[in-house]
Design a binder for this molecule. Structure first.
Ligand code: PMP
Length: 443
């Protein structure tokens, strides 16, 4: 073994500070909770010993069923029964568990081709390519699209997978302030002219990357503003719809549907199947020419395992339900339920006097705790009331804007949300989280 006294840093050394800081805050208790069963309306936590502030769990053998406000199960498709689960079960009987190959070798089946057609049609683009992980979709598609000599302009709060893909693409990266169109225009002006005559573009390609709905903020991208700037400055636009596809718009088709903007205005609509569809994986929707390029140049698809049969069937079935092709009325009902629940919970929290971030129609509702010490305390107050929530702190947020990220689902009933509101009301008093006496009305 390499020894520290010989001048070598141990391989785990960079982990030390972060890990120990968390231990000191005693917040490990609210992260990495092991669970069992379906992450649906309720989620079952496996109890573990409280003194076990270690990353390997010591389970006590008992469980706690909690109201689940943590999973990205926006449309309630994470369930072990119903149309999706029945179809997925049949799919396993026919295709097995895995294709045991990458897409590029012998891992492209009729299921993949069907899902790609369905997704492209649903999103409203010419073609789609699907990938086995959402993270890897971003991580490997940016390097397939842009590289040396290209400029990639990224929203300051873009997801880690976008930042990862951007970095390994080798392009020059610049950032603009979150959702600030004036700042984006400033970056474009500076980067396009860069001391050159205004007619000269010193970049092979310019790509602007944003998210449809930001998962830590609950903010929606300013799509009309982006499209207007795109027309003026002629860049390509990449929108990550991980949290907006299936969750926003009257037909659940994401931010274009929400704003009434034609998908043809955008170059690339990326999304994941892990949220609204209760499945796994990611997709890219674009013109056929772009999708063909991605198919043959992205490392994730060429060298990684292809999406699996049950997952593909879950995607196809949930998509058809949302689109009303099977179980007519069910998709619409789920979309309406999600829209109602999102507004109901947000408004309820505001009325109680909490500071919540984001757009009124966002199913992600960040409730501000501010002080990092309130992270474990809030989580504990909720667990006492058998509610599980995701709490977020530094480095995922700035140190003093720690928050709870509540994820609303169509699977929640009004009673569930009332139960949550009552629990937040009590926890808010204990932890002094209410910053006003509440609003009288209006979200
Ligand atoms: N993009 C965004 C905006 C995300 O929030 C996430 C994950 N939550 C991903 C991509 C990665 O997707 P996946 O979890 O499906 O790998």
């Amino acid at each position: 073994h390499l020894r520290e006294r010989d001048g070598y840093a141990p391989l785990y050394s960079d982990f030390d500070n972060f890990y120990i800081r968390r231990l000191q805050l005693r917040i490990n208790d609210c992260f990495r909770r092991p669970v069992t069963g379906v992450p649906g309306r309720f989620i079952t936590l496996l109890d573990r010993t409280s003194e076990d502030f270690n990353l390997s769990f010591k389970l006590t053998g008992t469980t706690t069923e909690t109201l689940n406000m943590s999973s990205y199960n926006y449309l309630g498709f994470a369930q072990a029964d119903g149309e999706c689960a029945d179809a997925a079960e049949q799919s396993i009987r026919k295709y097995g568990i895995s294709f045991c190959s990458s897409r590029a070798d012998i891992g492209t089946s009729d299921l993949h081709l069907d899902v790609e057609k369905l997704v492209a049609h649903f999103v409203g683009m010419e073609a789609a390519s699907i990938h086995s992980m959402g993270f890897v979709t971003n991580a490997s598609v940016f390097p397939a699209l842009v590289g040396k000599g290209c400029l990639l302009i990224s929203d300051q709060l873009n997801h880690a997978s976008i930042r990862f893909g951007a970095r390994i693409s080798g392009s020059v990266i610049d950032m603009f302030k979150h959702n600030d169109m004036m700042d984006l225009e400033r970056v474009l002006r500076e980067r396009i002219s860069q001391g050159q005559p205004r007619t000269h573009r010193p970049w092979r390609k310019i790509l602007v990357a944003v998210e449809g709905l930001y998962s830590m903020e609950g903010t929606m991208c300013n799509l009309p503003g982006l499209v207007a700037l795109k027309k003026k400055y002629k860049f390509a636009l990449y929108v990550d719809e991980a949290h907006s596809i299936g969750a926003l718009g009257p037909k659940g088709r994401g931010v274009c549907d929400y704003f009434g903007i034609s998908p043809s205005e955008i170059d690339i609509l990326m999304g994941t199947f892990t949220k609204s569809f209760g499945a796994n994986g990611g997709y890219i929707c674009a013109s056929k020419a772009i999708v063909d390029k991605i198919r043959v140049t992205n490392a994730g698809t060429i060298f990684g395992e292809s999406p699996t049969p049950a997952v593909l069937t879950q995607i196809a079935t949930s998509l058809k339900i949302i689109a009303g092709e099977i179980a007519p009325g069910q998709g619409e009902e789920r979309l309406q339920r999600l829209a109602f629940n999102s507004r109901y919970l947000r408004l309820g929290l505001k009325r109680l006097g909490f500071i919540v971030y984001g757009h009124d129609d966002s199913p992600i509702i960040p409730l501000l705790l501010y002080h990092p010490a309130k992270i474990p305390a809030f989580s504990h107050e909720m667990l006492k009331r058998k509610i599980s929530v995701v709490v977020v702190g530094y480095p995922a947020t700035p140190l003093i804007s720690s928050r709870v990220r509540l994820c609303v689902s169509a699977a929640h009933t009004k009673d569930d949300l009332d139960r949550l509101l009552a629990a937040c009301d009590q926890a808010g008093d204990v932890l002094q989280l209410k910053f006003s006496s509440g609003i009288a009305g209006g979200a």
